[in-house]
Design a protein around this ligand. Structure first.
Ligand SMILES: Cc1ncc(COP(=O)(O)O)c(C=O)c1O
Length: 398
């Protein structure tokens, strides 16, 4: 089978990832490295010419209050999130502006309103693509971004439906709500190489700029445009018209705070990104010649992006095979020495975002030492009942 171009094939071992006091570590364990997060934030700010204001960081990867605070301490103030728990955590940790970049409806919308009531100083905005979604924000101090479908076909108004966009922006104003701008998440280019990725992204931005012109002609000022996650954000930054526009343009990568075997292949070496979250695992079995098994099944290292689910740092001779819930078998290359039962291995996930979400807590490691254990505070979802309903439901006896 041909190697996947956008999956790192190997990564050399470096001592900065060593957890030296590993005796009492229960595996699988999520290990987070602040020095490497720091370096990833710095690399991103360098690409943004030092302007943290152009980054609307998606926090579905960061997930830990610890990491959120690192972003805030380095001047990042604008965030995106996908769940009400992420929204709550962003507000609680001091974010000043959060876009719920997920179409919330019903009780979820009521929860967003409730959070806004509790954090009045935080500017909270949401997505809308039709009038029904607008109605539920009536009377709330919540801003509206119109969600535009950039061809990813996941959410948003079709990019070619320009009249619909203008009509809805007008309806936002008529409803007495604040029109914050356009949300355009072109996340479909992850498997497209360069220069094709930039060409495709820019063709989309040309259409987006036409939408902006239509809105301006209708006397609807566009305050902000948000584009791009990790693979496409350098394409966004290279788009000239975003620099000289009347609106503020922000990019919204999230994966780059920790990185994974996919993002490091999408944005290779010269971008300066490094892994900042690994899964520490132990070899627990040698079931067959040429196979060892470690304790990092798909309940630890997410399998949503496919197999292999990860790569083993410093061990190009080990190839992760199909995992089960708690087991991850690794094929050992012909002629190579197999790790012994009990050996520790460090895994770089293929998809770090859901992998972080698999853990309740993370070990924070600096210079080989475990400095603290931090809660993955935005893990999972809130609920399942809104606060005012919980009291009406009998709590089952344990
Ligand atoms: C709406 C939205 N914005 C931004 C991002 C961040 O993208 P990435 O994970 O590639 O950094 C995502 C990722 O899923 C997303 O869904």
């Amino acid at each position: 089978m041909a190697a996947n171009k956008f999956l790192l094939q190997e990564f050399p071992w470096h001592n900065r990832y060593l957890v030296s006091d590993d005796n009492s570590v229960l595996t699988p364990a999520l290990v987070v490295y602040p020095a490497q997060i720091e370096s990833n934030i710095r690399s991103t700010l360098n690409l943004l010419a030092g302007n943290a204001d152009r980054w609307r960081a998606h926090i579905k990867t960061a997930k830990l209050s610890f990491t959120l605070r690192m972003l805030l301490d380095r001047g990042v103030r604008h965030f995106k999130c996908a769940t009400t728990l992420e929204l709550f955590q962003a507000c609680e940790n001091g974010a000043t502006d959060v876009l719920v970049a997920y179409p919330v409806m019903g009780a979820n919308a009521r929860r967003v309103r409730e959070i806004k009531e509790n954090f009045r100083r935080v500017s909270i905005s949401v997505l809308a693509e039709d009038a029904e979604q607008l109605r539920q924000w009536q009377g709330a101090d919540i801003g509206i971004f119109l969600d535009i479908n950039p061809g990813m076909n996941r959410t948003g108004i079709e990019q070619s439906s320009r009249k619909r966009v203008v009509d809805l922006a007008r309806a936002v104003k008529q409803a007495g709500l604040e029109f914050r701008g356009l949300h355009y998440y072109d996340g479909q280019f992850g498997a497209v190489g360069e220069p094709e990725r930039t060409v495709a992204a820019h063709a989309g931005y040309d259409q987006l700029m036409e939408l902006v012109r239509d809105l301006e002609l209708a006397a609807l000022r566009v305050p902000e445009i948000v584009t791009a996650g990790t693979p496409a954000f350098p394409c966004s930054l290279a788009y000239e018209a975003f620099h000289s526009a009347n609106f503020i343009h922000r990019v919204s990568p999230g994966t780059i705070v920790y990185n994974d075997a996919t993002s490091l292949a999408q944005l290779p070496e010269p971008y300066g990104y490094v892994p900042a979250a690994l899964v520490l695992t132990r070899v627990v079995s040698q079931p067959h010649r040429g196979i060892v098994t470690c304790d990092a099944g798909h309940k630890a290292v997410s399998a949503d992006a496919g197999v292999p689910t990860c790569l083993v740092m410093g061990h190009p001779e080990l190839t992760p095979l199909s995992p089960s819930e708690e087991h991850l078998p690794l094929a050992v290359s012909e002629g190579a020495e197999a790790p012994a039962i009990g050996d520790l291995l460090y895994l770089i996930p293929r998809h770090v975002c859901p992998t972080v979400n698999n853990f309740d807590a993370a070990l924070i490691v600096q210079n080989g030492r475990i400095e603290s254990v931090e809660r993955v505070s935005a893990r999972g979802h809130e609920g399942p009942l809104l606060g005012d309903l919980v009291a009406d439901v009998q709590t089952p006896r344990s």
